[in-house]
Ligand binder design. Structure first.
Ligand SMILES: Cc1cc2nc3c(=O)[nH]c(=O)nc-3n(C[C@H](O)[C@H](O)[C@H](O)COP(=O)(O)O)c2cc1C
Length: 192
């Protein structure tokens, strides 16, 4: 190939990559874990998310708690993820505070209509426990209704929750490894 042809080829490849990058969607992933340094499951999910382009991860227990700190990432995001370990059938408390104070402000400006909300959570209990008649009686879908309501009420699309069960099982590492792989694939689909 001549130098001129090689240069043209390089330009075309670059242009298509820039175009692909520009039309890809964005995700803002908010992780709410009060002891992230001790986490196995959520840490593995975050590591998986870091492998996907256009995903911004923010730790709401560590980041400055202000509207300004999240504004640009929130505005740009097509999908917002609330990721947390399941605590007492719900999220750790900072998640609720974030919704009540920061999400509330974003409903006014820049607005949330048209964005999607994904709940990604990890549970100590196994899938079978989260069934009617099971140890935890209710399904995760039922327990996560308040988030579904938040999405509905604010005009967001509510996506099917992503759950890694059995993080307290003797073979938890297998569930976590498999969950992290599935999470990466899901996020890749969401930014396409
Ligand atoms: C305060 C607290 C409450 C918890 N409540 C639940 C619960 O309601 N259901 C459940 O399946 N696991 C519960 N767990 C277990 C956590 O969900 C589990 O340890 C976590 O998902 C593991 O994720 P990590 O490795 O990122 O910390 C609870 C743990 C703590 C510390």
């Amino acid at each position: 190939m001549s130098t001129k042809r090689r240069f043209q080829y390089l330009l075309l490849t670059l242009a298509s990559q820039i175009k692909i990058h520009a039309i890809m969607k964005h995700i803002l992933l908010l992780i709410a874990h009060p002891k992230l340094q001790e986490s196995k499951a959520n840490k593995a999910l975050i590591d998986a998310a870091h492998k996907v382009q256009n995903v911004t991860v923010k730790d709401i227990y560590a980041e400055p708690f202000s509207v300004e700190n999240y504004y640009d990432d929130f505005k740009r995001a097509d999908t917002i993820i609330f990721q947390f370990p399941f605590y007492w059938g719900s999220a750790p408390s900072q998640m609720k505070k974030w919704i009540d104070e920061i999400f509330m402000a974003f409903c006014e400006n820049p607005g949330v209509t048209g964005k999607s909300l994904l709940i990604a959570t990890t549970t100590g209990s196994e899938y079978e426990a989260y069934r009617a008649g099971g140890r935890d009686q209710f399904t995760i879908d039922e327990l996560l209704r308040p988030y579904q309501f938040t999405a509905l009420y604010s005009g967001m699309d509510y996506l099917t929750p992503f759950v890694v069960y059995s993080t307290a099982a003797p073979n938890a590492e297998e569930y976590i490894y498999q969950g992290a792989e599935e999470y990466r694939k899901l996020l890749e689909r969401l930014v396409e």
